[in-house]
Design a protein around this ligand. Structure first.
Ligand code: NAD
Length: 247
C-alpha cells in the first residue's frame, strides 16, 4: 500500500501517539512533522519505523505560511498515494480572564491554531487533487469549542470553534470528490500542553471532573482519529467526534 499519513505536531502528545499507531492501522508511510522539538520528532519517527511504516521527518513552523508551503513542496516529491491528514499542531495560552486577552496573545494563538491549520488543510487538498488518489482529513479541535473555557482561555476556545466551522465548510466543498473531512474534540488529555500553557497542575485539579471521572490518554484520542481516517468510517464526513469521557 502506498498511503501517506501526514501528522502535524507529531513530536509530542496526541500527534506522536497517532503517528506511532499509524502502522497498526494500515498506513505504510508517515510524515512526522514538528515545529521545534526535533528530538521528540526523532523519537516518534523511530517508533513509526519500529511498527513497520516508513517515516519522513519534516520541520515547519505552522504559524508561517511560507514554511508550510516549503514543507508541502517536499511532500509533493514523494510517491503519490492516498493521503490522510491529522491537522493537530496547536498551542494553548496561560490561564487568563477575558480582560487579559491582549491582541498579541490572541494573534499568536490564532496564527498557529487557525491560520496554520487552515493553510495545512489547503495545501493538503491541493496535493490530494494533484495526486488524484483521494483521502481524508481530521482536524483536532477541543471540547473548549463547546464550553468556551471561561476564566481559562476563551481565545483558545474560539480558535477551536473556528477550526470546527472550517471542518464543516471544507467537508461540504470536497464531499463529492470522495474526500472526507472530520474533527475530533479531545477533552482533558494527559499531554505536555497544559505545562506549556503554564498550567502544569490542570489535570491534577480538574482531571476528575468528566463523567468518567478521569482524564483521557493520547492513545484514546489517536484511536478516534485513526478510525475517522480509515475506510471503516467511509460514510462519516462533516462530523466532530467528542473524545471527552462524557464531558
Ligand atoms: P502537545 O503540546 O503535546 O503537542 C502539540 C504539538 O504541536 C507539538 O508537537 C508542538 O511542537 C506542535 N506545535 C505547536 N506549535 C507549533 C508551531 N508553531 N509549528 C509547528 N508545530 C507546532 O499538545 P497536545 O495536547 O498533544 O495537543 C495536540 C492538539 O490537541 C492541539 O491542537 C490541542 O489544541 C488539542 N487538544 C489537546 C487537549 C489536551 O487536553 N491535551 C485537549 C483538547 C484539544
Amino acid at each position: 500500500m502506498s498511503d501517506l499519513l501526514i501528522v502535524t505536531g507529531a513530536s509530542a502528545g496526541i500527534g506522536a501517539a497517532t503517528a506511532r499507531m499509524a502502522g497498526f492501522n494500515g498506513w505504510s508511510r508517515v510524515v512526522v512533522h514538528y515545529g521545534s522539538d526535533q528530538a521528540g520528532a526523532e523519537e516518534t519517527a523511530a517508533m513509526v519505523e519500529s511498527m513497520g511504516a516508513q517515516a519522513y521527518l519534516l520541520q515547519a513552523d505552522v504559524s508561517k505560511p511560507k514554511a508550510i508551503e516549503k514543507m508541502f513542496g517536499k511532500i509533493a516529491g514523494l510517491k503519490p498515494g492516498r493521503i490522510g491528514l491529522v491537522n493537530n499542531a496547536g498551542i494553548t495560552a496561560p490561564t487568563a480572564s477575558f480582560e487579559d486577552l491582549t491582541p498579541d496573545r490572541v494573534a499568536q494563538v490564532f496564527s498557529v491554531n487557525v491560520f496554520g491549520a487552515i493553510e495545512v488543510a489547503r495545501q493538503t487538498l491541493v496535493l490530494m487533487r494533484n495526486w488524484g488518489k483521494g483521502g481524508a482529513m481530521v482536524n483536532v479541535s477541543s471540547a473548549s469549542a463547546r464550553l468556551g473555557s471561561p476564566h481559562m482561555y476563551v481565545d483558545y476556545a474560539a480558535s477551536k470553534g473556528a477550526i470546527e466551522t472550517m471542518t464543516l465548510g471544507l467537508a461540504d466543498e470536497v464531499a463529492k470528490e470522495g474526500i472526507r473531512v472530520n474533527g475530533v474534540r479531545p477533552g482533558l488529555i494527559e499531554t505536555g500542553i497544559h505545562a506549556k500553557g503554564q498550567a502544569p497542575d490542570r489535570l491534577a485539579k480538574i482531571g476528575h471532573t468528566p463523567p468518567m471521572g478521569r482524564p483521557g490518554t493520547t492513545d484514546e484520542v489517536a484511536e478516534a482519529i485513526l478510525w475517522l481516517l480509515s475506510e471503516r468510517a467511509s460514510y462519516v464526513t462533516r462530523t466532530i467526534l467528542d473524545v471527552t469521557g462524557g464531558r
